[in-house]
Design a protein around this ligand. Structure first.
Ligand code: GFB
Length: 316
């Protein structure tokens, strides 16, 4: 990308899109375009085609998606498959019609089989059955990867796909029923501390293992891969380190200053037992994360207190 290239961020309000939007001007990219959901409904093919025809972006970060944690994915599978298929199909095809120079598609580590060997190599893609709690979302993301690869093969486009591990940070969703675990923990432990509660509820058994990447590092990786990667293979983006949900609860309790106990609720789903990415390809390409887990959680907690807690108090 040149500093004056026209860059479109689809999903600039979301966790990853907003991090890319913060990073681009820091690096001197000034010709960035984006639209709110109200201005452009990405599930509407005609609107998307009109937007591309008008703006003619040269580079596209496809970070728009319907996302959520384990409960949202299992409760609303129709919304997850419909919205994600529609959004990505419209954007990828409009990019082709308007000769976009390069597109980066954000997938997810849940595209890999539920019980595949750990750490998960890119080669395990499509080698087994998916985790049932997020199958609809995973199928949509798999279709997105295949669409990028198919367009590259048939039309000679340059569409790359990256598979992030579990992400967290500024602009996360802190709704307790639909969020991912880290955002949920930040809110639950903070509120328990404020209310002086003795216990915090942790879903499932606490045994599943997950890997976490701070979203500013994810944005940095996206920009790096846009400039340095042109392969057909998908690329895992993570840290290559995982921890159990119980251990994660311990860290968030420490960061938020909560001194009570955890109450595990086995009636809530555990999801996939382990999700740890093999990041050798990413490291070989020359990229590594900068933010440690506890440091990232501290930053995310500061953001939460400043933007969510303070807003709630002033609205009250
Ligand atoms: O982050 P999470 O919702 O999604 O849950 P997945 C991770 C683990 O944390 C599960 C446990 O074992 C949950 O049972 N957990 C414990 C909690 N307490 C809580 C809580 O209060 N809230 C939440 N949300 N979890 C998602 C997929 O899977 O990963 C998406 O559903 C996406 O498709 C995303 O791929 C990256 O890691 O299980």
């Amino acid at each position: 990308m040149k500093k004056n290239s026209k860059i479109y961020i689809a999903g600039h309000h979301g966790l990853v899109g907003s991090a890319i939007l913060r990073k681009l001007p820091e690096l001197g990219y000034e010709n960035v375009v984006y639209r709110t959901h109200h201005e452009l409904d990405l599930t509407r093919q005609k609107e998307v085609e009109q937007f591309f025809d008008q703006e003619k972006p040269e580079y596209v970060f496809l970070a728009a998606a319907k996302v959520g944690g384990i409960m949202a994915n299992s409760r609303y599978p129709a919304e997850f498959i419909y919205n994600n298929l529609a959004i990505q199909t419209n954007i990828i095809h409009a990019s082709y019609l308007n000769r976009v120079k390069k597109l980066l598609f954000l997938g997810s580590s849940c595209i890999y089989p539920r019980l595949c060997p750990q750490p998960i190599k890119e080669d395990y893609f499509l080698s087994g059955s998916l985790e049932p709690t997020n199958e609809s979302y995973a199928i949509a993301k798999i279709a997105g990867v295949k669409m990028c690869q198919s367009y590259n093969r048939q039309y000679d486009t340059r569409y790359i796909s990256v598979m992030p591990t579990n992400l967290y940070g500024p602009n996360d969703n802190f709704d307790l029923e639909t969020s991912h675990v880290l955002a949920a923990f930040i809110r639950k432990f903070h509120e328990a501390g404020v209310k002086g509660l003795k216990e915090v509820e942790v879903w499932g058994t606490g045994v599943p293992r997950r890997e976490f990447l701070y979203v500013d590092d994810m944005a940095d990786a996206c920009l790096y891969l846009m400039d340095h990667y042109d392969g057909i293979k998908i690329v895992n983006v993570g840290t290559g380190k995982d921890i159990s949900i119980r251990e994660l609860a311990g860290i968030v309790a420490r960061v938020t200053g909560f001194n009570g106990d955890f109450r595990f609720d086995p009636a809530r789903p555990d999801g996939t037992p382990q999700k740890l990415l093999d990041v050798s390809l990413l490291h070989d390409l020359g990229w590594k994360e900068k933010t440690g887990l506890e440091e990232g959680i501290r930053k995310a907690y500061q953001w939460y207190v400043k933007h969510i807690v303070t807003t709630q108090i002033s609205e009250f």
